[in-house]
Write a protein that binds this ligand. Structure first.
Ligand code: ZN
Ligand code: ZN
Length: 426
């Protein structure tokens, strides 16, 4: 009964609040930048059905050919993790993978509405979850979907809408329907769609991000140094690295925005070039487990020491995925004074938490972060010093107490961030 009532609340809000229509339009027109005649594939939790209807209206309104929707119930995934035969968890349904292959080849746009219950997997055997996730990622890799997404060959965008379970985790002291409404307010503010002209606001924001990326590219840095409480880490950058930011472009030149919100400017670390120690400044969700007080020690690019006060087992499981899982694949700078950072909440959702602070990621790098990277296969990327892996785990390392410097090959130091905020203007 509670679920039906909660769902009704979500549906009512999305049907009547003009801000949500503006959000749906912005996701379609700026996020995936849907082109006339294009297919839009939407993956969303069933609780987001009302919002997905707004997406469909916005998509057909801009000339979309088909809005193909995959509404999911993540509690069904939990039932499978708990009850399916162990060997079956290592099998991803090939017909589902085939769907993604065909959508990719049809040049479809992919919109992912991410709104997981952060506690969904509490108490589930992490090995069983890992087996199922590994199978899913391997299947997506086999059909070329991972390469299409990572290489920006198809347009894609990730947004979030509240679900009752997620809102309960973020605002445990509030009751429904207030806490779902509160989470909506946060999402709309973070996604910069709470003003009178969101599309214009996004154009200004994307221009600033691109200017910051251009400035960082002009510096031709050899390494980046993070310094703060518990952190003294130097990360070498790949030769020929590129700083990228919110706006992305397909090889055919279609501009899109993979994450809404997006505040980060990011690049590719050298897979053998991290040394020192880093302390995460926020809890890190790993497969439904919250890893707290994470500290990693790096030598020659590899994790050689890992400690956490909780969730250590889940983290170690992830580190064992493959050789790339113990190396860095992303270095991202994001300021402390953005709308999402100003919310000050912990969202248990990487889309919000990682855009609120500087972060690093273990695992797969983005090929667009290296010159000519979109055309390189895994072996060629590795040869260039770019990390590859089946996993990509972001963890936050920035705060108002962390400074970041850029280091040139000659040893010149350029302040990049001071007190958590950009140290250079554009
Ligand atoms: Zn990032
Ligand atoms: Zn990342």
């Amino acid at each position: 009964m509670a679920d039906t009532a909660d769902m009704a609340n979500t549906a009512d809000a999305a049907d009547t609040d003009p801000r949500m229509l503006a959000f749906a339009r912005t996701a379609v027109e700026v996020g995936v930048n849907l082109q006339p005649g294009q297919v839009l594939h939407v993956q969303a939790p069933f609780e987001a059905a009302a919002f997905v209807r707004l997406i469909a209206k916005a998509a057909y309104g801009t000339g979309g050919r088909l809005v193909d929707v995959d509404l999911r119930d993540e509690r069904l995934s939990r039932i499978r993790y708990e009850m399916a035969p162990a060997d079956a968890l290592a099998e991803y349904p090939p017909w589902r993978a085939e769907t993604m292959r065909q959508l990719g080849e049809r040049e479809a746009a992919f919109l992912n509405v991410m709104a997981s219950d952060p506690d969904l997997l509490r108490g589930v055997d992490p090995e069983r979850v890992a087996a199922a996730e590994y199978a899913a990622m391997s299947a997506m890799e086999r059909v070329g979907h991972m390469a299409r997404i990572a290489g920006m060959r198809n347009v894609w965008c990730v947004v979030s809408v509240p679900t009752p379970a997620w809102a309960a985790k973020v605002f445990p002291d509030e009751a429904e329907p207030a806490r779902t409404a509160h989470l909506w307010d946060c999402i709309l503010q973070a996604a910069r769609v709470d003003g009178p002209d969101p599309v214009a606001a996004w154009k200004r924001h994307l221009a600033e991000l691109e200017a910051r990326a251009a400035r960082l590219n002009a510096l031709r840095l050899a390494a980046v140094h993070f310094r703060g409480p518990g952190t003294d880490l130097t990360v070498d950058l790949v030769d020929g690295h590129l700083w990228a930011s919110g706006p992305a472009r397909t090889p055919g030149g279609v501009a899109f925005v993979p994450n809404m919100p997006t505040e980060e400017v990011f690049t590719a670390p050298a897979r053998s070039g991290a040394r020192g120690v880093v302390r995460s400044t926020r809890p890190v969700p790993v497969r439904g487990v919250t890893v707290r007080d994470l500290e990693l020690t790096f030598a020659d690019g590899r994790v050689v020491g890992a400690t956490a006060s909780t969730g250590g087992e889940a983290l170690l499981g992830l580190l064992r995925t493959d050789d790339g899982a113990i190396r860095l694949g992303e270095l991202a700078l994001a300021p402390d004074d953005s709308p999402v950072a100003q919310l000050g909440a912990l969202f248990y959702n990487p889309l919000f938490d990682e855009n609120a602070a500087c972060h690093l990621a273990l695992g797969r790098a983005y090929p667009v972060c290296v010159e000519g990277g979109a055309d390189l296969d895994e072996d060629a990327l590795t040869a260039r010093g770019v990390n590859t892996s089946l996993v990509h785990l972001d963890f936050m390392v920035g705060s108002s107490r962390v400074d970041v410097d850029g280091l040139s090959a000659a040893g010149d130091v350029t302040p990049l961030m001071r007190g958590g905020c950009w140290a250079f203007s554009v």
